[in-house]
Design a protein. Structure first.
Length: 556
């Protein structure tokens, strides 16, 4: 019989952020912390893996999850003979419960898994990143066996995953670490070459996320008796979903796996009704879809109203959907963070004045400093601040990401509308944050200018808060594009020339659909008065109706 575990969620006073120290022992390994929480709690439903094609789910109890982690740790400690702290490439589907467990097993055994997933469709990028991280082995899912066999160019030991079941298992093997040691490596696109950058995450950083940050998120919600259940945000091979899994294990929540981050409303209904999901975590555009489905469906409205918390992230929720959610009593809240920093800010569940503004999550080492990257004139004289994170604390980004001034600079700009209450005002630099993630717009624009100089006069990438980035092109005066045939010929030429560059980008960064390329006459794009630079934000506003048409029926 499975007993329900429902932790007490109550407000606690804020404390100063915890500083790092150099002490090293097994208790500081994040897997030891997660596993101990699973073993000590009364047995509860810890994870519900979803079947591939049906609205059916299996069940993994907390005791089974603890056992699986021990089996995985034992297996990898015996299967790999690499030095402790070695980087082990781990290429996953991100869709399997075993992906999260094997990642925990590798960390417990003292290794540093470097996470790849199906989003890395180019094997060359995987190899390049393995070289960059000085990985000493590659562990991969059977899904990638053919590409590994055919294209592997590194002299790396290559192993496949094994089953997590074992008839007997001893005590959990845990390697001693310090909180400053690297626990895993994830990736984010971030260079002008299109190569994803390495993001090492320390044991202290991961622990701070699932113990402190997630704990504050839970407390900032409507309470209630009975168990708590949460959905998976996305791929278990990505940092946010993996850390949420650790957080749910630690705090005693049941995690119900979704088919995708863009699951249907029908699937969401089943998850709430059948498995009691009452804490939703969704990217804002997907939450907007569910809200639109609920507008004319009293059953869906009622189910969303039962949720103790509906967290949305990624991009800003549309004002219309946000207002509807507040007016209908949905417990929505927005969170802000990045792959390098985890979550740093949140709004509050509620409809009081100030609840919709972002505020710092307690106990973080983040702070606001005056921005040195104010965009064009026209900001009305308002003062913009950049959120940064200090080094030397548990929740600090990895030392390799810290600037010489002792901060990690997010480049994200905010306006303080009331004391310690903020509105997000966009990213500094040349980045566009679409649904899939941050897109290095400047590198795409530079590539198009280079490979299509005989066709285009100027280019700009837009798509903030849209499903995907779009490319607006000013066509040279000597190139006709009046007819549909001429336009299509130009578009296909641009796509063909961009193809080699696109292969080195994440799929969500690629502009490889003709519908997302829009052509204009020379000097049509808005520019700054002094330097004549194209104004990205004003382009978004000027051509918003064009973008609306592009994405009217766009499927992500």
């Amino acid at each position: 019989m499975i007993h329900i575990h429902s932790p007490v969620i109550e407000d606690t006073p804020s404390m100063a952020p915890e500083k790092l120290d150099s002490q090293r022992d097994t208790s500081r390994n994040i897997v030891s912390i997660v596993s101990e929480a699973l073993r000590r709690a009364p047995e509860f439903p810890a994870f519900r893996p979803k079947h591939d094609t049906e609205l059916q789910w299996d069940l993994v109890s907390s005791k089974q999850a603890a056992k699986h982690i021990a089996v995985a740790a034992d297996h990898w400690s015996k299967s790999l003979s690499n030095e402790p702290g070695s980087v082990i490439g781990i290429w996953l589907t991100g869709k399997k419960y075993s992906d999260g467990i094997n990642t925990l097993g590798l960390i417990s055994a003292g290794y540093v898994p470097q996470l790849f997933s199906v989003v890395f469709s180019s094997h060359e990028v995987v190899w390049d990143l393995l070289v960059k991280s000085e990985a000493s082995a590659l562990v991969f899912d059977d899904t990638f066996a053919e590409v590994v066999s055919k294209y592997q160019i590194l002299a790396l030991p290559a192993l496949t995953f094994t089953a997590l079941e074992a008839t007997t298992v001893g005590e959990l093997y845990v390697a001693p670490v310090s909180y400053g040691d690297t626990a895993m490596i994830v990736h984010s696109s971030g260079t002008t070459s299109g190569m994803p950058k390495l993001i090492p995450c320390t044991h202290g950083w991961v622990k701070s996320f699932f113990v402190n940050t997630f704990g504050h998120l839970l407390r900032n919600s409507r309470g209630g008796s009975g168990p708590n259940a949460i959905n998976t945000l996305g791929s278990l091979a990505h940092v946010g979903s993996f850390c949420l899994l650790c957080a749910a294990f630690y705090h005693g929540l049941c995690t119900v796996q979704t088919s995708s981050m863009g699951m249907s409303t029908d699937e969401l209904v089943v998850m709430i009704k059948q498995f009691g999901v009452n804490r939703l975590v969704l990217y804002a555009p997907f939450l907007a879809r569910h809200i639109r489905s609920a507008r004319d469906n009293p059953e869906i409205i009622g189910l969303l109203q039962t949720c103790r918390q509906i967290i949305h992230t990624g991009v800003t929720l549309g004002a219309d959907e946000e207002n509807w959610a507040y007016d209908n009593g949905l417990q929505i809240m927005s969170i802000y963070g990045a792959s390098e920093t985890a979550e740093l800010m949140m709004t509050r569940c509620g409809n009081a004045k100030g609840d919709r503004y972002l505020r710092m999550i307690p106990d973080t080492s983040a702070e606001m400093i005056p921005s040195t990257d104010i965009h064009d004139a026209g900001n009305g004289g308002r003062r913009f601040l950049e959120i940064v994170v200090r080094s030397g604390y548990m929740d600090s980004p990895h030392p390799s990401l810290i600037s010489p001034d002792g901060f990690y600079h997010t480049g994200d700009l905010f306006e303080e509308v009331e004391p310690e209450l903020y509105l997000f005002r966009g990213r500094g630099g040349d980045w566009v944050k679409s649904l899939g993630g941050f897109c290095d717009a400047k590198s795409i624009e530079d590539n198009v200018r280079s490979c299509c100089a005989d066709i285009i006069h100027e280019a700009v990438v837009v798509g903030s808060n849209r499903p995907a980035p779009c490319l607006f092109l000013e066509i040279r005066e000597d190139i006709p594009f009046d007819t549909a045939i001429e336009k299509e010929r130009i578009v296909q030429t641009v796509i063909q020339r961009m193809a080699p560059f696109n292969q080195r980008l994440f799929p969500y960064e690629r502009i490889d659909e003709s519908i997302r390329i829009h052509m204009l006459a020379m000097n049509s794009l808005p520019r700054t008065k002094e330097k004549g630079n194209i104004r990205r934000n004003e382009t978004e506003a000027t051509y918003s109706s064009v973008l609306d048409t592009i994405f009217a029926d766009h499927q992500v």
